[in-house]
Design a protein around this ligand. Structure first.
Ligand code: NAP
Length: 206
């Protein structure tokens, strides 16, 4: 699948490498333009390409947005219309500034901004270093590190679950985008090194 990744930091780089190794075509962007990313793209290999935000979003059949939440307004909503968009972001007011979410979860707010996109919250509750090292496709699903996901779109969640399994983790369904509040920083599942059953038990209590 063609996957556009907006953001080439800790999470963007880790996902680019893992998904490229799993056989996907990756186009990646940052805030400074493709010239600043070509070296990284070469290091990642597997034909990873450096793009602008707009071109990465256009390239992806599925798009991953992994820029700091405070930069959400820069994301090119038009190019993501109708596409599955994975939102990895966490909102930290001290880093991102004061943003009025209007009582919405961070991802429901993001979905309102990316009008027409099929937003799935995923990869926000795992540290980048664990994402890089803990995936293991040789393990049965029940023994893998769990990754909670949330979306209002069941079909999109199924696609994202498959990607998560391809890179050696197990997806755990945390319900709709409003429920994604239960996987934000400070919640029991955030950063928890648990398998799918343990993750389900934690999420069921919330
Ligand atoms: N780090 C973690 O362990 C972790 C875990 C879970 C979730 N998250 C969340 O995932 C998101 C990304 O985190 P991170 O740690 O990967 O961030 P990071 O290491 O600080 O990297 C941020 C990346 O986003 C790019 N960026 C910033 N503004 C942009 C814009 N307007 N357009 C395109 N790219 C832009 C930056 O590009 P430039 O370098 O060119 O500015 C950089 O490549 C955050 O919301 C974070 O809270 C992080």
């Amino acid at each position: 699948m063609k996957i556009g990744i907006l953001g080439a930091g800790h999470i963007g780089k880790a996902l680019a490498r893992l998904l490229a190794e799993a056989g996907h075509d990756i186009g990646i962007s940052n805030s400074r333009g493709p010239d600043t990313l070509r070296e990284l793209a070469e290091q990642l290999g597997h034909g990873v390409k450096a793009y602008t935000n707009e071109d990465a979003a256009r390239f992806g059949e599925l798009v991953i947005e992994t820029v700091p939440f405070g930069h959400y307004a820069d994301l090119p909503a038009v190019q993501m219309e109708g596409k599955i968009v994975i939102d990895t972001a966490n909102y930290y007011p001290e880093r991102d500034g004061q943003i009025d979410l209007g009582g919405l979860s961070e991802s429901a707010f993001m979905a309102r901004h990316l009008s027409g996109a099929r937003v799935v919250k995923a990869f926000n509750a795992i540290q980048a270093s664990h994402l890089e090292t803990l995936g293991d496709t040789s393990k049965p699903l029940g023994e893998r590190r769990a990754i909670p996901i949330a979306s209002d779109d069941a079909e999109a969640k199924a696609v994202v679950s498959t990607l998560i399994e391809e890179i050696g983790f197990a997806a755990v369904d945390n319900g709709n985008l409003e429920r994604s509040k239960n996987q934000q920083p400070g919640t029991p599942i955030y950063g928890a090194e648990v398998n799918a059953q343990q993750a389900q038990d934690i999420l069921a209590k919330q």
